[in-house]
Structures are given as structure tokens and as C-alpha cells.
Design a binder for this molecule. Sequence first.
Ligand code: HAS
Length: 562
Amino acid sequence: MTISKSLKNILLIELLLPTFLLLIGVYHGLMQVIYRSGMIHSQKELHLDYYQGLTLHGVINAVVLTTFFAVAFGHACMSFFLGKEPGKKASWLSLWMMVAGTIMAAWAMLAGKASVLYTFYAPLKAHPLFYLGTLILVVGSWVAFFDWVVLYKRWCKENPGKPLPLAILGTLVNFTVWFVCTLAVGYEIIVLLLPWSMGYTTDINIPLSRMLFWFFGHALVYFWLLPAYVMFYTMLPKLAGGKLYSENAGRLSFFLFLILSIPVGVHHQFSEPAFTPSTKLFQSILTFGVALPSFITAFTLAASLEYAAWKRGARGLFGWMAKLPYLDKNNGLFGYLICGMILFIFGGLTGIINSSYTLNAMVHNTAWMPGHFHMTVAGPVFLAIIGMSMHIISSITGKEIKFKGLYTLTPYLWMFGILIFSFGLMWGGLIGEPRRTDLGMTYLNPDSPLFRSDWVKTTGMALFGGIIMTIAFIFYFTSIMGTIIGKRVKERAIEFPVAEPLHNEKHIAIFHTFKPWLAIMAVVIVLAYTPAIANALKNTGRGAPPYNPDSAIPVTIKNELK
Ligand code: HAS
């Protein structure tokens, strides 16, 4: 489908701006493994602050890149699957708000005034512009969503009785979850963090602020994941040369995400005494529930891939795994999606370990945790984002992908790097290695009395994996830069490889309406969060003054001592 100049420019900015910012994000990722492996024993050597770098790494890679991409991919899906481009004014307004928010937050982080990590947990305190910028970025993404809802309603009126394309269903579910969960973090920012950071209030209710964050924070991980799921269901079977095994399974999965993505946030707070065991148990059970749509996805997609491989001549029980178009240079996107899925087998299984209350006590706040989440957010999510960004940029500019060999190799190299990196972290976590700690200053410094020789091999493994990932990103960056400066060789258009369903499935009415699912979503959230809010309000502890991450003395007292 042809694309207007305005939408083309919007998509290019939304995809390329975070790609350039990734240079900072990936650089600080490399610095993390270097710091942690003990190669650097003093911050002064590189004039870099560990927590500042970690904040830039987390915010750019996990918040800015993912939000810009979700909006850009949403615009592209709306245009392609509904046959109508989103409103020009709303799309530009959304973009400029997201850019303005990013600039504000980036300034605060680069100036060293917001080293609070991507979770911005109180009592770590950031400059007000960090919180405000994050809020404006989020509200900018809402503007795009509200406009899509208008588009969707118009499409329903014009196409009565026609099933909503699965990609649109997935996108609307994703942004509904996003809208609801960001209300909580918006409240946290406006009512708790901003007044406190501006000095209007002196302390803050820690359990409440963290609970509000995780109301948003766990749903956030599905906001990252669902664009990749849209690609898995609607495009991957086609890229593999087959068909989608069951479209109804896809619809069910997306609706399950709608009801279960949010009411599970307390599983990040199992070790916080403010919440009672029954609150934790209920959300732990719901967390096992939210793994269900991913299991459905795993089986549906495995069946779709098996069908594709059988069509390509595969035989035997596992023969299909070898007969997929892994290194086909003219089908590079397949590699990005399949490598993401393979990583997600491990990312998902480790997630299920985390959600068990007892096992969580073993792994919480250890290096295991970044091991888990790099096989999710840096696995299927990141690979789908960069693979699809290249696909969209090449289609809408009418340019051929350049350095196809590098582009095709990137996901395999990245997967190999992540597996080594994450296994190093998880192994380290199991033998007590903490997360979010500059180990080179203490535990990995042979001159320190705290030196832990048993962590040398695990952090070394993570370093090795991190270097491979950095090389993979350089391959990708070279290819995307080559593509952008290349010559136009075809019509500018939005194109997606669309998978047909394998069966003519029964029409199940409940899979074609949002209303009952939205009602169940509201009920489950109320059931899960009423006790959690009551706990946070009752067991507040003492309000906390602001801290910076590099010192155990509150900022206010430090100022008085000066
Ligand atoms: Fe998680 C912590 C539980 C999924 C991200 N998670 C985190 C954090 C992040 C994160 C960033 O219960 C750290 C936050 C922080 O900074 O503190 N997580 C889960 C569970 C799932 C899960 C149960 N997480 C994700 C996803 C993420 C993500 C997705 C990002 C995108 N996670 C937790 C818990 C914690 C946590 C606790 C807190 C721990 C603590 O103590 O702090 C589930 O959704 C996972 C279900 C997934 C599956 C896998 C399905 C597999 C598929 C692929 C199939 C492959 C095929 C290909 C078919 C069941 C779909 C085959 C082809 C071949 C050729 C072989």
C-alpha cells in the first residue's frame, strides 16, 4: 500500500531517532559488563559514573526505543491492515510530544541529575525534568492510540461482520494495557515523585510508590512483547513459507494478555514486608496465568513452523527444525523473529522460576534477574524491533537493504552473545552475585578484602557475551546506515508479509469483541490491587527522604553537612 510523505517522515523519525540513541544505550551496555567483570577498579579511569550509565542503558533501550517503535509499528499496521492512514495532526502531535519528553529526560540523565535507573525507585531522587519528560513521552504515545481507536471504529462501521485483522487486535490490546497501566505511573509521578523532587514535600511513601511503579512495570514488559507477538502470529509463518496454524489461538492469547498483564506487579515485591502473604500469593497465581498465552503462542507457532518445514520437505519428529530458511539473505527478517523465539524459550522458563514465591527468594536482586530479562526484552523484543525497523525503512524509502550478509548474520550472532551473557549472569546469580552493582570497585577487585574469586568466571562469561552482542549491533548499524544512504530502487510503500490461516476456523463470537474482556480486566485488577493498595497505605513505614545511588546518606543531610 502506498504511503503519504507525511507518514513516511513520521515513521522515519520514530524508527531512526531511537536507532541513533541506541549507540549510547549499547555503549553503556558494554560498559556494564566491563565494570562488572573487574576490568576497571575506579570510576575515575573513564570519567564515567556507573549508575548514570546504567540509567542511560535502561531508559534508552527499554523505554525510549520500545515506545517509539510500538507507535511506529502501530501506525504502519493501522495503515496496512485497515487500509487507512492515521490522522496527520494527531500523528505529528504524538511524535513531537514523544521527542520533547525524550529530550527532557535525556538532558537530566546526561547531566548526571537522574541516576535513578529505569525503575526510578524512590527514595532515589531525580531532577523534575526526568519525571516530566517520561510523562510527556507516555502521553505522546496515548495521542497516537486515541487516534487509532477512531480509525478502528470507522473501519468497524464500514465493514460490518468482517473479522478484525489479528494484527490490529494485537495492537489495540497492547495499547489498551499500556493506557491503563500508565495511569498508575502517571499518578506516581504527578502526586508523589514530582512534588517530592521539587521540594514541596519532604518524604515519600516508598511501598506505595513502588507498587504504583510495578502496576505499570510488569504490564510494561508485555507492552514491549506484544508487537513481537503480532509479528510472530501474522508474519512469521509466511516468512517460513507456511501458514498460521490457528488464528483463534492468536485472538485468545491477545485477550488473555488484556486481562492478565496488569494484576501481577506485586511479584516484583515478594521480598517487601509491606505486602501480606495473601496479596503475594494471589498475584503469584495470576503470574502463572499470564504465562498461559505465551504457552499457547509457543505451541501454535511451533505447529505453524512445522507445517512450513514439512512443505519444504522436512521429515521426522524434529526434522522440521533443520528445514527452515535460517540464512536466506533475501528473507533476513525470518532470522530476527526465529532467534527471538528461541531466546524466549529460556527467557520464559526463567520467568516462571521468578514467579514462584519460594524460588524468587533465591534469585531476587541477584545477577540472575538481568540474565532472565535479557532473554526476553533483549531477545524477542529487541530482535523484532530492529529486524522490523529495517523492513519498514527499506519499504517506505523504496531502498534495498545494504550489506545483506551482515544484516542476516546479526540475529544469530546476537542470540549466541545473549546466551553466553545471560547464562554467565544467571550462574553468577545462583552463587550470590548481586545485580546493579559496580563489582569492579569491590568484589571483583583483587586488592579489595571483599574479593570473590568464584565470580571471576561468571562475570568473564558475561563480558564475553556482551562483546559478541556489541559486534552484532555494529553489523546491524552498518547495514541500516548503508540502506539509508543507498539509492531508491522501488516504489515507496508499506508492505508486510502476511500469513494466511491454515484452517477455516469456527467463528467464536467472544473472540471478536472487546467488551467482555475489558470488563473481566477491570474486575481482576480490582481484586488484585485492592488488597495491595490497602497494604501499601497501612504498612508505609517511615517516609523516606531523597537519596542518590552513590551514597547511603540522604541528600538533605549531605547538603546540611556541606
Ligand atoms: Fe519477567 C522480572 C516473571 C516474561 C522482563 N522480567 C523481570 C524484569 C524484566 C522482565 C525487565 O515473577 C526485571 C525488572 C526489574 O528491573 O526488577 N516474566 C515473568 C513471567 C513471564 C515473564 C512469569 N519478563 C517477561 C517478558 C519480559 C520480562 C516477556 C520482557 C519483554 N519477571 C518475572 C518475575 C520477575 C520478573 C516474577 C521479578 C523477579 C524479582 O524478584 O525481581 C512470562 O510471561 C513468561 C512466559 C513465557 C513462556 C515462553 C514461551 C515461548 C515462546 C517461544 C517458543 C519458541 C518456538 C520456536 C516455538 C512460557 C513463545 C521453536 C523453534 C525452534 C527452531 C527450536
